[in-house]
Write a protein that binds this ligand. Structure first.
Ligand code: FE
Length: 178
């Protein structure tokens, strides 16, 4: 009789242990994408969350030429950029943060020596600021997500917009699409 009671107790404890293990497995937290990764998951449309890095941090991840143009508002010499004559089908993303900015569909040959586009992919991906440097008033174009300088926009472009986004090659990353 005593052995039987003991066997029942052991069986009960074993069953409880098994249920406990199953319960733990079920309760194991699911792998979730961290908040910061989720925030920047889409490079297609600016989510509203800016990317802020120190000058030193940008310097570490950008080439000296890209740093000079993107973070110091520099301009590459005309006809020296590797994307000026690029005619491949794809997307031109911000060279600093990867946000999609221009499409090959809207690129045209302006003859200026810089990649030129008549529109941006999404208006909300860029920011415009008045630039009074060099003794003239121009409209500077910046990446809305990371604040990097891209180039300028002028109103002497082709139809249908009449705009000419004059952008530095080094400020862009080309993503080939087939
Ligand atoms: Fe950017």
């Amino acid at each position: 009789m005593r052995t039987r009671v003991l066997a029942v107790i052991v069986a009960t404890i074993s069953l409880a242990a098994v249920i406990g293990v199953i319960g733990q497995r079920a309760a194991k937290p699911k792998t979730t994408v961290s908040a910061s990764a989720a925030r920047f998951a889409s490079d297609e449309v600016f989510s509203g969350e800016k990317i802020v890095k120190s000058e030193q941090a940008w310097k570490r991840i950008l080439t000296p030429e890209a740093f000079y143009v993107l973070r110091k508002k520099g301009t590459e010499r005309a006809f020296t950029g590797r994307l000026t004559d690029n005619k491949k089908h794809g997307v031109y993303a911000c060279g600093a943060c990867g946000l999609h900015l221009f499409s090959s569909e809207n690129k045209f040959d302006s003859g200026t020596g810089w990649p030129s586009f008549y529109q941006v992919i999404h208006k909300e991906n860029v920011e415009e600021e008045v630039d009074n440097s060099l003794g003239e008033t121009r409209t500077e174009v910046l990446c809305k997500r990371c604040g990097s300088h891209l180039g300028h926009v002028f109103d002497d472009g082709p139809e249908p917009t009449g705009l000419r986004y004059c952008i530095n090659s080094v400020a862009l990353k080309f993503i080939l699409k087939n």
